[in-house]
Design a binder for this molecule. Sequence first.
Ligand SMILES: [Zn+2]
Length: 227
Amino acid sequence: MIDNHVHLDLINDSISNIVDRAKKAGITQFVVPGICGFPQKLDELQKFSEIKICWGIYPKYAEDEELIEKEIKKLKASSLGIYAIGECGLDKRFPNLDKQIHLFKKQLNIALEMNKPIIIHLVGHWQKAYELIKEAPEKPDFILHSWSGSAQMAKEFLKLGGKISLSASALRTPKKLRELLDIVPNDRLLFETDSPDQKPDFVSTEQNEPANLPRIIEKIRKMRNEK
Ligand SMILES: [Zn+2]
């Protein structure tokens, strides 16, 4: 079982403790996105072969051109074999959509250049993101993480070859989730915790963590069968 989106570096515990608990729960791989270039605690993350490290810049930083250039330089100078570009994308909660688009396009191009998949974060601006991927010179492999858009919009992204990744947040809108499960084929459906965020309702601890993934998957699968 793979946790397809987990910020191991942002969970308030040691990486080895978190990984140990997750392994006991049956998690075999962890995809760790970057939000400001590489993830933090990079040395520790690299010690685990189960951890897939990504590089990406979150739309929140779209206005900070100096930081963006600095992190791109670090990526290009690094010999670390990254798994994917991301997380990057568009988010209506942050200002300056033009700069967000600029940063997203830049990372689409990096993904194509490096021949890596891209992990996309979208809160609103679904149509715009769709157009940007559609207009890209080539289509990268892409994953829409913690999907919160409509089934209709998901269908359009699926036509472009995308995969949809669901976290516990999808369980908060059951009707929308059932519509989505109707149209996403199994081989395009991924699961993630997005820890430490997106804490499932059934968890009483302060933070979310990858060990919660089996129960999240079980609950989502149940929604599919409940119809
Ligand atoms: Zn994330």
